[in-house]
Ligand binder design. Sequence first.
Ligand SMILES: NC(=O)c1ccc[n+]([C@@H]2O[C@H](COP(=O)([O-])OP(=O)(O)OC[C@H]3O[C@@H](n4cnc5c(N)ncnc54)[C@H](O)[C@@H]3O)[C@@H](O)[C@H]2O)c1
Ligand SMILES: [Zn+2]
Length: 360
Amino acid sequence: MPARRGGYGAAMRVLVTGGAGFIGSHVADLLAAQGHQLVVLDALLPQAHGADVPGWTAEHEFVRGDVRDPQVLQRLLPGVDAVCHQAAMVGHGVDPFDAPDFTTHNDLGTAVLLAEMHRAGIGRLVLAGSMVVYGEGRYDCAEHGVVRPGPRTQRDVDAGVFEPRCPRCGRELTSGLVPEDAPLDPRSTYAATKLAQEHLASAWARQTGGSVWSLRYHNVYGARMPFGTPYAGVASIFRSSLERGEAPRVMEDGRQRRDFVHVSDVAAANLAALTTPVDGFAAANVCSGEPHTVGDLASELARAMGGPAPEVVGGARPGDVRHVVADPAFARERLGFAARTSFADGVAAFATDPLRSPIG
Ligand SMILES: NC(=O)c1ccc[n+]([C@@H]2O[C@H](COP(=O)([O-])OP(=O)(O)OC[C@H]3O[C@@H](n4cnc5c(N)ncnc54)[C@H](O)[C@@H]3O)[C@@H](O)[C@H]2O)c1
Ligand SMILES: [Zn+2]
């Protein structure tokens, strides 16, 4: 007997918000390829898009509209089994004047979506969370165990002292893997709004009996990343420099560690979360489990593109953190998710992957 439509493990109809964007578009393609129905809702924010609907979106049922608009949602939600909420304003979040925009798109948007899901009787949400909720990664002091270094001072950064030190004894620290129950310490407006999305979704799950996976993506890269904007991820910034024939400029000393996860793996994690029941709210790191330095990324990409070697320029932007390396264990256990694209393969492909057209 075929499984009930919309049940876990059955064909679903999914609303993918932000589905014209970098990550959402890969989620949409994967859902369609797996035989699910979907509808893409995207406002095509001018910060993220040119004038036209991207070609990859035109292949799906697409509605240009805003998640903050209850009427649009009331039209789209009936018949939907689950919502995959990727829409957000992304960026560094260091300009105080941007705070109202981040808050309205990310938090008001999530709140309106949750209320309308409740109205439509939909109880299943996958949220695009972010590693930025952690702030700094996890550190151990030889004497004091796990400690939480505060933001680095401008003086240290200017002097080339990039490693955070033990807040109690000033010793150098060793960095470890960040688990989902690490203390949360958002350090930018963007990060604060990503954490508020989780809090809103968690409250909603308690109020409604709904279930929510927040997938805390680490540094996502791959085809369709936005091209050459200050808001793009570091992989796309390096690629843009290399395409201009310039050396990629690496901040700090290049030894800051991150987890670079390929967008195809992030799409797979979304599919896993959409098809895995959870009681209430749960957050899971979505990462490759293969940490690398930002300098490694620049060198590997420069090699793949036959460009000049990276230039290490020092400095750090306000809010930049030193090492954030994710623990992949929980996603593996609970979602059966493990990334499949190696750093070497992903970066080699990224040398020629089509990126999103420049902002109009
Ligand atoms: N790229 C990363 O490395 C990364 C890391 C962690 C988390 N995330 C999260 O993943 C999600 C997708 O990010 P992305 O990198 O694909 O960015 P993106 O800018 O390519 O995609 C976001 C999409 O959301 C749309 N959007 C924004 N506000 C909207 C609104 N109010 N109504 C409807 N659509 C709206 C934009 O037009 C855009 O197409 C975001 O929630 C982001 O916070 C991304
Ligand atoms: Zn100490």
